[in-house]
Write a protein that binds this ligand. Structure first.
Ligand code: ZN
Ligand code: ZN
Length: 129
């Protein structure tokens, strides 16, 4: 499900404000993703295989904990980007219907790299259970 309204898009295309509209939609989408901070997820702790992925942020490999980039210090929680990669790998997205391994998208506009819809985390958690 997306908030894109085809009629709105058509009108915007006519007035030449489509780019502006899309930019706004993307910004709103980002804000919504920001509403679901990693600390609220996962709630059940069922994420054993998160460490089976390589972190795109700190490059911690399989079975390595994420660490602070500038220092040799491991983090208690994986980076958000790693969680996204994990969710993308193991789960399909109930928001945009992306299949496992596919990136999330809003009406064929892919989300930024290593970003998934908030619902996909929940889906991944259930898959991992
Ligand atoms: Zn990391
Ligand atoms: Zn999605």
């Amino acid at each position: 499900m997306t908030d894109f309204d085809p009629a709105q898009i058509k009108a915007a295309r006519r007035d030449g404000t489509l780019k502006l509209l899309l930019r706004q939609q993307i910004a709103e989408g980002k804000a919504r993703l920001g509403d679901t901070p990693a600390k609220d997820w996962p709630t059940s702790g069922r994420r054993r295989d998160v460490n089976g992925t390589t972190c795109p942020h700190c490059h911690a490999g399989p079975d390595q904990r994420c660490h602070v980039l500038s220092r040799d210090k491991t983090l208690p929680k994986p980076h958000q980007q790693r969680l996204a990669v994990w969710a993308q790998t193991v789960a399909c997205c109930t928001t945009c219907q992306a299949a496992p391994g596919q990136r999330c998208h809003n009406d064929n506009l892919p989300l930024p790299p290593n970003t998934v819809h908030a619902r996909r985390y929940q889906e991944a958690e259930e898959t991992a259970a």
